[in-house]
Design a protein around this ligand. Structure first.
Ligand code: ZN
Length: 197
């Protein structure tokens, strides 16, 4: 499914899931294989995500590949002209026009691999991700492990009470939960703050 075909046929692949689900590791795995096939690879990420370093895609297990931070999706079009493969990490932080940019790249024969959170901390579809999944040829949903029960997890539960949509951080701010444990946790919170209960 994700073979490094030499045929110049563009396509969009989406890698999605919660925090700690291994999205970036899967992205890096595909990019390394593309490089073994002597394909030109360009990697972009939104400038907002500066958790570890300015110019590298860094996954949680410290495997990293150099990347280019960009202020907007349009910038990717200007910088991707010689690439066979264009990878975009943390795609949920881009504006909706990332969809048009990915379509243009794929229509011009480029393999586009997009990795990002499919849901925000409240369980809502995140940024351009749902639209990208609709137009993609291939979608891979990866799962973390629920810290409460050990089942596959799909929610990024925020441990702080902040309601900002973008709250960058690691294990001190988010924990992966399965649907059952996520619902238990959010109901617990609601009942705590319901007057008279
Ligand atoms: Zn669970």
């Amino acid at each position: 499914m994700f073979l490094e075909t030499q045929k110049k046929s563009g396509r969009i692949e989406v890698i999605c899931g919660s925090m700690f689900s291994g999205k970036t590791e899967e992205l890096i795995r595909r990019l390394k294989r593309a490089r073994f096939a002597n394909q030109r690879v360009e990697i972009f990420k939104p400038r907002v995500d500066s958790r570890y370093s300015g110019d590298e895609v860094v996954s949680h297990d410290q495997h990293s590949i150099p990347s280019t931070p960009v202020d907007s999706a349009e910038s990717i079009l200007l910088m991707a002209n010689n690439a066979d493969v264009v990878a975009i990490d943390e795609a949920q932080f881009f504006e909706q026009n990332l969809v048009r940019v990915c379509q243009l790249l794929a229509n011009n024969g480029i393999r586009v691999i997009v990795a990002g959170l499919d849901m925000d901390f409240q369980g809502n579809p995140f940024g351009p991700m749902p639209h990208l999944m609709a137009v993609a040829e291939h979608i891979t949903k990866v799962h973390a492990i629920c810290v409460r029960c050990g089942d596959p997890a799909q929610y990024s539960h925020r441990l702080s009470d902040s309601t900002r949509l973008v709250e960058l951080g690691e294990k001190d701010i988010y924990e992966p939960l399965c649907r059952h444990c996520y619902n238990l946790t959010t109901h617990e919170r609601k009942s705590i703050y319901t007057p008279g209960s």
